[in-house]
Every structure is written in C-alpha cells, then in structure tokens.
Design a protein around this ligand. Structure first.
Ligand code: UTP
Length: 297
C-alpha cells in the first residue's frame, strides 16, 4: 500500500499574468524565462523529481501552451546535434522530458493561487493523500525543501508549509505566519496566517515561501474559500480553515538562499548566483563583476 505521508504529484501554478515581467510576458510565459540557459519550469521539474515525485501537473493559462512543449521530446533536434558532434547539447535537450511525467490543466482566468491549485483537483488520484505545490518563481537553495517537508508530515501528519525570514518592511508582499515555538523546534506548529498584512501588525517576520505539502483535505476546503479583498481566492485561506478545524499544520524554516525570479532584479540575482556557483562557468564573469562594481554608478 502507498505511504499516505509521501507524495507523488507536484502541482505547479503557472497561470498568472506575470505583470512584473512585462513586456516580455506578453508573448513568453514567465515560467519559460531562463536562469542562465535553464527555463524556470525545468528547475521546478528537476526539484520535484529529486524529491521523488513521479508526476508534475502544470496549471497553465490559455496562450501558455509552449510550457508543455518544453517537456516533449524533440528527436529531430537531437539527431541534428548528434550529427554535428554536439552530444552534450543533445543530452541537455533530452533532460526535461526525462525528468518525470508532465501534464497540464488550464485555469481559464487568473482568480488567485488557491483557485489555480484547485484547478488540479480533477486530475488527482485516490493515492494522492498529500500533494506538493511548487511556485515556479520562487527558487530555494539547497533544493531539498520538499524532502524536508515530507519528513515533517511523516512525524506530524497534516499540511506542511515553508517559512523564511523576511525584513519587516517587505512583509506586506507575503503571507505571514503566526508560529508556536519558532525558536525551539525544527518544525513549529502554525497557529495562524495573515495574507499581505500591514507590516506593523504582522504576527512575525516569518513569511510564506513557495513550497507547500498539502493534505488532500485542503482541496475540499478550497471549494469553500471565497475571494478576499483583492478579489483572489487565496491558498492561505484554505490553510487557515484547516487550522480552525484542528488539523495539524507545521512549517519548516528555510534558511538557505531564496531568489524571487518573478521579478527582473531577482532573476538577475539568481543568474549571477548560478553563474558564480558553477565551477565550469566562464571565470571572466567574476573579474568583470569586480571591475564593474568598482566603477562609479
Ligand atoms: P504571482 O503573483 O507571483 O505571479 O503568483 P503572477 O501573478 O504571474 O505575477 P505578477 O505578480 O503579476 O508579476 C505566484 C504563482 O502563482 C501562479 C503564478 O503563475 C505564479 O507562478 N498563479 C497566480 C496562477 O497560476 N494563477 C493565479 O490566478 C495566480
């Protein structure tokens, strides 16, 4: 029998408008924008596969069909690359389709993150007692967050969230946690959550990062969530309802690197970080950056 605490499906909401990245997102889905040469959606698929997932369900919007195409094999291109001796590039082209099985569901209108996640419900199976969610514009390094979250569900059951420490002036951009024993334990219990609070009134500086391990029952709760003040159906509202029902909700605290690649500056930071961390990368970048930083702005 399948382990009810493990997960095999990862849902990736990718139906948003990507307004922070306009005008490029007018014609290119934000999730195909690359960190160096790898599209964000492939980074997500690799992270899901590394955590042991077998299936990626991408929630797309009309016009974003090219997202699914990235996971289709392209034997013609591979043959061309092999024919001119570019075997390593052919392998790179084959990588995304080989990571895990990928399917898409469509969110016709961007009604909010909770609504996007709920769009995946019809394709869940009876074995999906827990479902992971990765937000593709949130890069967390090291990429072992879902594995840590699965271990917490093993111990406590229920839903597991991921927190990071944000500066107080930025809290209005996030869901913010009210945590029990935040300093005493690796996985504090979540007492409550507030979506995009007034920073002065926020219950903590622990903000919600883009990784969730949802108990299947959260999908039932999502059906009852009504749009909030911004007109969106929030995922956090369903989690707050789960807490109110007495379901266990815990959070791990991510203390590694986080890049918000949904924003051009954050994407640039991620690209520089990846380039500087790659031992095979062009060493002249580091020298150039050093010289550029020494120049007056
Ligand atoms: P964001 O708010 O960061 O993404 O949502 P966005 O709406 O695309 O970007 P901006 O803020 O306008 O620049 C987090 C994730 O949830 C998805 C987005 O695609 C993104 O991956 N999302 C959001 C949906 O799939 N549907 C929605 O209705 C809202």
């Amino acid at each position: 029998m399948a382990d009810p605490n493990a997960f095999s499906t990862v849902v990736v909401p990718a139906a948003g408008l990507g307004t922070r990245f306009l005008p490029v997102t007018k014609s290119v889905p934000k999730e195909l924008l690359p960190v160096l040469n790898i599209p964000a959606i492939e980074l997500v698929a690799a992270e899901a596969a590394q955590a042991g997932a077998e299936r990626l369900v991408i929630v797309t919007a009309p016009g974003k069909e090219s997202l699914a195409r990235h996971f289709q094999p392209n034997p013609q291109l591979e043959d061309l690359l092999h024919a001119c001796g570019k075997d390593a590039l052919a392998q790179l082209v084959r990588r995304a389709p080989g990571l895990l099985s990928v399917e898409t569901v469509v969110q016709e209108t961007p009604l909010g993150l909770g609504h996007a996640v709920a769009c995946a419900e019809p394709v869940l199976t009876g074995a999906d007692d827990a479902v992971a969610v990765i937000l593709p514009d949130d890069i967390l390094l090291p990429a072992d967050t879902l594995t840590r979250m699965a271990a917490v569900r093993q111990d406590h059951g229920g839903t597991v969230m991921c927190a990071f420490t944000a500066s107080r002036d930025r809290l209005g951009a996030y869901g913010v946690f009210d945590l029990e024993d935040a300093t005493d334990t690796d996985a504090p219990r979540v007492r409550g959550m507030v979506e995009k609070p007034d920073p002065a009134l926020a219950p903590s500086t622990f903000a919600c990062a883009g990784r969730y391990l949802l108990d299947r029952s959260v999908f039932e709760l999502l059906k009852r969530v009504r749009p909030g003040a911004r007109g969106e159906i929030d995922l956090t509202d369903a989690v707050v309802d789960a807490i109110a029902e007495g379901q266990p909700v815990h959070a791990i605290v991510h203390s590694g690197t986080r890049h918000d690649i949904g924003d051009p500056q954050g994407m640039l930071r991620a690209a520089v970080d990846f380039a500087l961390s790659d031992p095979a990368a062009d060493p002249t970048l580091r020298d150039w950056l050093g010289r550029r930083l020494a120049l007056p702005v």
